[in-house]
Design a protein around this ligand. Structure first.
Ligand SMILES: Cc1ncc(COP(=O)(O)O)c(C=O)c1O
Length: 392
């Protein structure tokens, strides 16, 4: 694929970091701009929820619900996964002595949200230490099993971990948590567009995700799925009109999240264009694209681990299109973590993060592979790594 035809990415940059903020195709940005123009031509008609906004949001909600195997009535829009996690945790009736269980691969912003509500209520955040590298998904279950107990009220787990790109065995974790009487909040920031989802079948209590990462939607938008039994309880982080004004055609849950004050709904409204675009890229639609991105990620990882002379850190089945590779750095290596990331960008025009491992005992190189990436970029990366790390 000629990436510059469809994406605005700087042609002088090898952009291997789709995972952080995504990258939005030209056709999607054009659709977003068209919505913004329409809004500015007739602001009241466009933005007043009871006029044309609610029906427009509901159409997108149905598209998303079909994509992620959910009922549209369970799917609210949020700005991003951080907001979704905050809304759920801040709504939970926690008491002193309760525990929120997270893992050491969790996303810092979301762990902070857990710490914040714990501090307010006298609850405690407990951390399950998942090893990395690991040989099987059982290691994730074992780590959680060791820490879950009768005080655990909620597990906050990633679907795909941010620093290490691992797909957690969410269905097994949900079973384990429910047996222990705890709810499960899945931080699926990377989920939609990277993995096929069936939220009704998954059985979690809450699932939040971003549209601007692997669905290539405009920045910013995401969703928060809440199981029907918790929808009365979950409130947005910003309280607005719908708190005391019911709407005839929707639950308070949807009405409150759909309007948290004046905002630009164009990123949400352009989402179907993004999904259609991704659908058109591979023969068998978006599912074909997910498979192609996965295969590319595995191929890219193999090129890098071969060049570094290290073992594959995680089984292929636990990888989507985000891979993390431990770097063979010692305190004698000429460059260290963040410095390497900076040099890759400044000296080689390679954009990708180098992050500390969850245990803090290694530096990880994190690569994202989207439709616009190719393996030539990965070969340029290994050439740069060989020089920077003085390999062979
Ligand atoms: C696992 C995970 N959760 C949450 C987020 C936060 O995403 P956002 O800043 O869009 O809320 C990220 C971002 O990379 C992430 O990787």
């Amino acid at each position: 694929m000629n990436r510059h035809e469809h994406w605005q990415l700087d042609p002088t940059l090898d952009f291997l970091n789709h995972g952080s903020f995504g990258a939005t195709p030209r056709v999607v940005l054009a659709a977003q701009r068209a919505f913004q123009d329409e809004l500015e031509r007739d602001p009241i008609e466009f933005l007043a929820p009871e006029r044309s906004l609610n029906p427009k949001l509901d159409r997108v909600r149905q598209v998303m619900a079909d994509l992620v195997g959910a009922n549209a009535s369970d799917l609210a829009f949020v700005r991003n996964a951080t907001e979704g996690v905050n809304a759920v945790l801040q709504s939970m009736p926690l008491q002193a002595g309760d525990e929120i269980l997270v893992t050491n691969h969790g996303y810092n912003a979301c762990i902070n949200a857990a710490e914040y509500v714990a501090n307010r209520s006298g609850a405690v955040v407990r951390v399950a230490n998942v090893p990395f590298p690991l040989r099987s998904a059982d290691a994730v279950i074992d780590a959680i099993e060791r820490e879950i107990n009768e005080r655990t009220r909620v597990l906050l787990i990633d679907h795909i971990t941010s620093p290490t790109g691992m797909i957690y065995p969410v269905d097994a974790i949900v079973d384990l948590a429910h047996q222990a009487g705890a709810r499960v909040l899945v931080d699926g920031a990377h989920g939609p567009g990277m993995l096929p989802l069936d939220l009704n079948a998954l059985g979690a209590d809450y699932y939040t995700a971003n549209h601007h990462k692997w669905l290539c939607g405009p920045k910013v938008s995401g969703f928060l799925w809440v199981a029907p039994q918790w929808q009365e309880e979950v409130r947005p982080t910003v309280i607005s009109h719908a708190a005391n004004r019911s709407q005839p055609d929707r639950s308070r849950f949807l009405a409150e999240f759909d309007w948290t004050g004046t905002y630009d709904p164009s990123p949400i409204l352009a989402l179907p264009t993004a999904i259609d675009f991704l659908d058109s890229l591979a023969g068998d639609g978006i599912r074909g694209l997910m498979n192609a991105n996965h295969s590319k990620a595995i191929a890219a990882r193999d090129i890098v681990v071969d060049a570094l002379g290290i073992e594959v850190p995680v089984p292929d089945a636990m990888i989507g299109s985000l891979v993390a590779i431990p770097l063979p750095m010692t305190s004698q290596s000429p460059v260290q973590g963040e410095m390497l990331q900076q040099r890759l960008r400044e000296c080689y025009r390679l954009e990708l993060p180098v992050v500390p491992s969850p245990a803090g005992d290694a530096w990880l190189l994190r690569m994202s592979l989207q439709a616009y990436n190719d393996l030539d970029q990965v070969h340029r990366l290994t050439d740069a790594l060989s020089r920077e790390l003085c390999l062979g």
